[in-house]
Design a protein around this ligand. Structure first.
Ligand code: G3H
Ligand code: ZN
Length: 288
């Protein structure tokens, strides 16, 4: 079975990105797997601490293992936005491929200190797990937002990024480059798209020379995505767009059959809606 590191090395060389999609139920999980298998593309699935609390840490790992075992498929599991060392250790023990230790809300030096501790704890359980860290503030919610959260919009500098990576020796870096978690209502309607600072992405990549992840992918301008990937983003996270599709699918499933009580009959529309979003993003991220 190919490792996540090998898949990322290949993507980096090809100047494409691996799509990372969050899930918290079987409808979204099956939709992500179906979309990836249709295009025969490696895929990452992730769960935040809240999403893991809902599914169960080991249960999520078992789902991913089942797909790997059944289809020999390159699907990788990420413990997204992990804020405590205890939760990072639980994910490491459950067999996650990547763990994001998110100290982005901490002062810079404290983020470095906590990230180093997290890396030590995770690698002592399994040195093959990739650890990602975040610097810069891009908000925290994959939700429809009333306004841009306070503090969002300040870009990570190449110097900060270099200093952080040299001090922590982290495997993957998530910087702030114009991206933001969640979507404004105007982005949901498609009138406004998130714009990325492509030049800054290229400068940070040149400064750190490690894998980089673009968080907050929902509602981003397609051309900016293409350029960001060519400039050094090797993983792209999308969540809010999937949550919106899931909700619309559930509503459509319920409306189509008001007397239906079988969840698998109602949720088919949610699977289809999420699959459509994942398919379109995978196509974009893998285009050369
Ligand atoms: O880690 C999750 C992502 O960064 C999702 O961001 O909800 O804006 O797509 P998004
Ligand atoms: Zn994120």
């Amino acid at each position: 079975m190919t490792s996540l590191r090998e898949v990322l090395n290949r993507a980096e060389a090809d100047k494409v990105a691996v799509g990372h999609f969050n899930f918290s139920d079987l409808a979204a999980f099956n939709a992500i797997v179906a979309a990836a298998r249709d295009q025969r593309l490696p895929v990452m699935v992730g769960l935040s601490e809240g999403e893991r609390e809902f599914t169960g840490v080991r249960q999520a790992a078992a789902l991913v293992k089942a797909v790997r075992d059944e289809y020999d498929y390159p699907i990788f599991l990420n413990a997204d936005h992990t804020h405590s060392i205890a939760n990072a250790e639980a994910a490491a023990k459950a067999g996650f491929d990547e763990i994001i230790f998110d100290g982005s809300a901490l002062p810079f030096e404290e983020n470095i200190a906590q990230t180093k501790k997290a890396i030590e704890a995770i690698k002592s359980i399994n040195p093959a797990i990739l650890v990602e860290a975040e610097i810069g503030w891009i908000g925290a919610s994959s939700a429809v937002l009333d306004k841009i959260p306070d503090g969002v919009g300040v870009l990570t500098t190449p110097d900060e990024a270099r200093q952080f990576v040299e001090a922590t020796l982290v495997d993957v870096l998530a910087p702030a480059v114009g991206n933001m978690h969640g979507m404004l209502a105007s982005m949901v309607h498609g009138n406004v798209r998130k714009r990325l600072n492509i030049e800054r992405i290229a400068e940070i990549k040149a400064a750190v020379r490690i894998f980089m992840t673009l968080h907050g992918g929902s509602g981003t301008n397609d051309d900016d995505f293409r350029k960001a990937i060519k400039s050094g983003m090797t993983i792209v996270h999308v969540n809010t767009e999937l949550r919106l599709a899931w909700r619309r699918g559930v509503e459509a499933g319920l409306a189509a059959a008001p007397n239906e009580v079988a969840p698998y009959k109602i949720l088919g529309a949610a699977v289809a809606a999420v699959k459509e979003v994942v398919s379109s993003r995978l196509e974009l991220f893998s285009s050369r």
